[in-house]
Design a protein around this ligand. Structure first.
Ligand SMILES: *Cc1c(COP(=O)(O)O)cnc(C)c1O
Length: 365
């Protein structure tokens, strides 16, 4: 046998949901509603389709390794300097790059749990010790315990805000106070994959903090609100010295040329994002009304998904919905057994979800 890294013996490859086409064939369905991966149910800016149609040549060329044009646009948008940005093949890849850059056998890292699994996953591959700190009952990060867990060997602490899978967002006060209390030699990764979805009254702007906290690194993505998950573009905003280290590890051609153009085009369509935010809030309210009526516990979501108590075992509920053409994420897969994570869909998609849920609840009375 080949000599695999010993840590991999304890790990499993990511288990994606079944492809839509296969599920349709298996259950004889014609119209599947996928509410499992927090993709944007309204698609993306139409301008992206127009822009993509203009790409007719240049496929033999490598993309710009520096993402110069996209970099300028994102820098302008957030009023940061271009050297404060790093682009990844999705923020997923940035998480891998961060782990490769900062973690090894001599370090440890602090992560919330349940949260986005890639933080712990990549840290383990690098041989770092992972200190998993359970969320509070409210679904918020237990920032006190997370700070307590930091020691001299801690290299990275991860904050997922809003948190996937609970949807909770930390208040600006708590977040800033947490950042203030973390030692300056510990990298703070603030994963803001759902930043664009945070409702007005809970919004905060972390960009000014970068001036005081050079150990702060924000992660944003074009995969969620911008609706470009297929293109795989995420980015980090941080101190140029941190960015430079990440760039030593980053593969040079990690975004495709069409992906750069798609992201640039999507970035300009602020109206689309605004529209999606409004629709999402409107539809989200329906989930809370439904849950309340049926006495199903939910966490307060600042995102485009809701973590809702399942009326039966979560794998049974997910299977019941699947057989009716609705794909949700069963909680046991996310570290929250008894719950389901449902992406907030379009009105008619949510109608289907609620109808099937009514049936399931009726059957289990
Ligand atoms: C979806 C998601 C990401 C990854 O997004 P990419 O498509 O890789 O950019 C990162 N963090 C969280 C919390 C997510 O939910």
């Amino acid at each position: 046998m080949v000599k695999v890294k010993s840590v991999l013996k304890t790990m499993k490859p990511y288990k994606p949901g079944k492809p839509i086409e296969e599920t349709e064939r298996e259950y004889g369905l014609h119209h599947i509603v996928k509410l499992a991966s927090n993709e944007n149910p309204y698609g993306c800016s139409l301008a992206v389709y127009e822009e993509m149609a203009k790409i007719t040549c240049g496929f033999e060329l490598y993309p710009d390794a520096n993402a110069t044009s996209l970099r300028e646009d994102v820098a302008k948008k957030w009023n940061v300097t271009p050297d404060q940005l790093v682009f990844g093949n999705g923020s997923d890849e940035l998480i891998t790059i961060i782990a490769r850059t900062f973690l090894d056998e001599s370090t440890n890292t602090v992560v919330p749990t349940p949260s986005f699994p890639q933080y712990a996953h990549n840290a383990k591959i690098e041989g770092a010790i992972v200190k998993e700190i359970p969320l509070l009952l409210s679904g918020d990060h237990d920032v006190e315990k997370m700070i307590e867990a930091i020691d001299d060997q801690t290299a990275v602490i991860w904050l997922c805000n809003p948190n996937n899978p609970t949807g909770n967002v930390l208040s600006e006060d708590i977040l800033l106070e947490t950042i203030r209390r973390i030692p300056k030699d510990v990298l703070i990764v603030l994963d803001e994959a759902y930043y664009e979805y945070i409702p007005d009254e809970q919004q905060y702007d972390p960009l000014p903090w970068l001036a005081d906290y050079p150990n702060l690194l924000l992660l944003r993505t074009f995969s969620k609100a911008y609706g470009l998950a297929a293109f795989r573009v995420g980015y980090g905003i941080g101190h140029p010295s941190v960015i430079e280290e990440l760039n030593k590890v980053r593969n040079p051609f990690n975004n495709s040329r069409p992906a750069h153009r798609a992201a640039q085009t999507a970035l300009r369509d602020t109206e689309f994002i605004e529209h999606c935010r409004e629709m999402n809030e409107e539809q989200k309210a329906r989930f809370y009304t439904f849950a309340k009526r049926h006495h199903l516990h939910t966490y307060p979501s600042a995102t485009n998904f809701v973590l809702m108590e399942a009326p039966t075992k979560d794998e049974e509920a997910a299977q019941f919905l699947l057989e009716r053409g609705i794909i949700v994420r069963a909680g046991h897969l996310l570290g929250v057994p008894g719950y389901m994570r449902i992406t907030i869909g379009r009105e008619e998609q949510n109608d289907l979800f609620f109808e099937s849920m009514e049936l399931l609840i009726e059957q289990n009375k």
